[in-house]
Ligand binder design. Sequence first.
Ligand SMILES: [Zn+2]
Length: 348
Amino acid sequence: MNKVTTLLSMMSSSSPNRRQQSHGMIVVVAGLLLCTAVKTSAAEFPQFQLPQKEDGSVDFLVVGDWGRGGDFNQSKVAEQMGIVGDQMGIQFVISTGDNFYEDGLTGTCDPNFTNSFTNIYTAPSLNKPWYNVLGNHDYRGDAEAQLSPILKAKDGRWNCFRSAILSAGPVDFIFVDTTPFVDTYFKNPGEHRYDWTGVLPRETYLSDMLKELDWTLKASSGPWKIVVGHHPIKTAGEHGVTEELVQRMLPILKINNVDFYINGHDHCLQRIASIDSKLEFLTSGGGSKAWRGIIRPLDKPQEMKFYYDGQGFLAVRMHHYKASFHFYDVYGNNLHNWDVQKIPFINT
Ligand SMILES: [Zn+2]
């Protein structure tokens, strides 16, 4: 039974969660993305599905914090993504947010969309679906513009949502909208203005999202579970840990045996393990401006496996029982590699 069948079956059965019955339509997309499911409600995550490749692998790149019209080495990172993407035969790209600087998009007609996305990621290998979450800088503009099907009509690769599920072969990705968790954006926004359209009332939005995340993870048949958000849970980077996520989201990730949490926000490349679980925290936020020169000490320094303060991206190949990770810099140098294995037939 595949994951979607499993999910549908669970939805129609007397389930551990009655909300499943109102979960809405699962949008199944085979091969190239044929349609887009974009909802502004966090309570019902839209779902996408991509097939695994013939060899059983799922191959993708992760980049974050990038949209600067090609400046600050964005174009150079894009060029190397194109080369690595071609070598791997990637199926899609994940963006960890802060898609457009400094203040998101002004609307669906903002030329920054073309200047920072369409005209930058031009390599044939990157002509694949992009799955994008929103970052705090995106919320400083017209956040809903990035969710609009108008942008997908302009560039068919574009898929942006607040939260969503992507099932790809042996991997379930759950994308979560982390910006509304951060108190300071509401209480001390300073000179910045945030577009909270579709988010208020805030606590209802957050609690619904966390319930949906928990249910989705419980419904996932794995074997791999990856949660993607913009803000870090663990980091040595400039912004520090996001305490709101540590308090409210991390327990859900742990209890549901999530394998990896992937984020941006800090403009670096980073891998942090957990001494008390298998959960690893990966930062891929080096899509353009970097070199902040800040490395904060971790509470548990032995958990730090890799930190690079500069630009670059993450490349991932996942099979049913093995996942391989590769961090690349702006020159295409392979900075850090590691594998994670699972024991066959045991979904831990
Ligand atoms: Zn950010």
